[in-house]
Design a protein around this ligand. Structure first.
Ligand code: FMN
Length: 164
């Protein structure tokens, strides 16, 4: 099945580690995203250090479970040579590519929102010691899903205007 229709947010994982090869496949998918004027503003921090994962999981009230993920991919936006009005859109598409690749690899992941909430962005920048010009965008905890989760169809014909 097309991974778009299989993808669902996974917030519980087994202890099985995610291999370096799998992480690279996830990031390869992320970096394959389209972006405004092909500016590719993304950078990533791959976090497996338990203490850093814990601190990242405390950035928002809705992300505590991330501490239990074998790895957290921190999504970062490099401002230099980017196309600022579209940075968030570019980063969002990159994020979805990673989430879909996770499905392909039999992994489970969830997007955790950080940008544009300044307090969360500042906290993430501090934890990861981000340099000037690199902003926090979001977090993707990822691992092997603890349980199978079915996705439901959200197709809603009333959302479509046919202009003939
Ligand atoms: C911008 C954005 C921010 C999100 N932030 C969180 C979050 O902080 N915590 C969380 O558990 N899920 C978060 N999610 C996941 C959504 O809750 C989830 O995608 C939505 O409920 C639909 O469920 P599904 O992904 O299983 O289809 C976020 C998703 C997006 C796109």
């Amino acid at each position: 099945m097309n991974p778009i229709f299989k993808r669902t947010s996974i917030r519980q994982w087994t202890d099985e580690p995610v291999s370096r090869e799998q992480i690279l496949d996830l990031l390869k998918a992320g970096m394959q995203a389209p972006s405004a004027v092909n500016s590719q503003p993304w950078e990533f921090a791959v976090v497996t250090d338990p203490e850093v994962k814990k601190r990242l999981s405390e950035i928002s009230p809705y992300s505590h479970f991330a501490a239990d993920a074998p790895v957290i991919i921190a999504l970062l936006c490099r401002k230099e040579n980017s196309c600022p009005p579209y940075n968030q859109i570019d980063m969002g598409i990159c994020t979805e590519n990673i989430l879909l690749e996770a499905v392909e690899l039999g992994l489970g992941a969830v997007m955790l929102g950080v940008c544009p909430l300044q307090d969360r962005m500042d906290a993430m920048a501090e934890i990861l010691d981000l340099p000037e010009g690199v902003e926090a965008f979001g977090l993707i905890p990822v691992g092997h899903p603890k349980a199978e989760k079915e996705q439901v169809s959200r197709f809603d014909e009333s959302r479509i205007r046919w202009i003939d």
